[in-house]
Design a protein around this ligand. Structure first.
Ligand code: SIN
Length: 287
């Protein structure tokens, strides 16, 4: 069966068929997937029975991989894989409410990831969806006055506050001195010029965006809240209902996502994520 890419009802999500990700891929197939990724932002592959090694090999076609500063969540045998699981798995600590707030991955680093590839290994029978937001569409739908207000503005991102809040709530271990030292403020433009599509995307998220540089504190908080609320509007959202062995691959520069709740006392949920490093070119385009 030839590779086929079919847009879903949502304009930024496509289903890819005709490829077996457990097998080595030729350059032509990889290029076709890459082009589809830039075009659609989110790609869904169904029924992919892949091992950890195959997940990593597929991900590496798109760039170098990065782990996470909380190494408790990395699979010891495959530290390129972040395990999101309510019970823990393979020596990895449970991650309660992992990603359960709107965010783009790791925007608290100077060069945020290009994208992530999530494999659903165990999925609850109901709920536990992942919501994705189209940040191109969110930007394009802003009124002209707001577009003018945010053009050229810089936002400050940091993980510390988000993490400490969860540690205080007992759902994260106390951070180490090393982690606290690592989680410093970084700056990103509010409007990101996507280096591969040439389109503009809104690049703020309630997970990690703390303030707008050079703006009065209250004004900054109000504008950010308005942008967070706007980008999480129903019209920009796709809800992925997981089936076992789904793979979802997202472009981190023009989407945000959020895990939703499920009955974690009754059901297990185990997801493996690889994270593809961003590039300096991406950062230069954004700066
Ligand atoms: C993530 O935030 O990367 C994972 C989302 C999920 O588990 O649904």
């Amino acid at each position: 069966m030839a590779l086929s890419v079919t847009r879903t009802g949502k304009t930024f999500v496509a289903v890819v068929e005709g490829v077996d990700l457990s097998q080595p891929l030729d350059m032509e197939t990889v290029e076709a997937i890459r082009q589809a990724w830039w075009e659609h932002s989110i790609l869904v592959f169904r029924d992919q029975h892949i091992s950890n090694d195959q997940h990593i090999a597929f991900s590496r076609h798109f760039g170098d991989l990065q782990g996470h500063s909380v190494t408790d969540w990395l699979l010891p045998t495959h530290p390129e894989i972040l395990v999101l699981s309510n019970r823990g798995q393979g020596g990895v600590k449970p991650l309660k409410n992992g990603g359960a707030y709107w965010h783009s991955d790791i925007t608290y680093q100077a060069i945020p990831p290009m994208g992530s590839i999530l494999h659903g290994l165990t999925v609850p029978p109901v709920d536990g969806d992942t919501l994705y937001a189209d940040m191109y569409a969110a930007y394009e739908a802003l009124d002209d006055e707001t577009k003018e207000l945010i053009e050229g503005r810089i936002a400050i991102h940091n993980y510390k506050l988000r993490y400490l809040k969860m540690a205080q709530g007992g759902i994260r271990p106390e951070p180490t001195a090393e982690q606290l030292a690592e989680w410093q403020d970084v700056e990103h433009p509010i409007v990101l010029d996507h280096p591969d599509s040439g389109r503009k995307a809104l690049f703020v998220n309630e997970g990690f965006t703390m303030a707008i540089k050079g703006m009065d504190t209250d004004e900054s908080a109000a504008l950010l809240q308005r942008l967070f609320d706007h980008s999480a509007s129903e019209e920009f959202i796709y809800a992925h209902k997981w089936r076992m062995d789904d793979i979802v691959m997202w472009d981190n520069r023009c989407t945000m996502h959020r895990a939703t709740t499920y009955d974690s006392e009754k059901h297990d949920r185990v997801m493996h994520r690889t994270t593809i490093k961003g590039t300096a070119r991406q950062q230069a385009a954004a700066a």
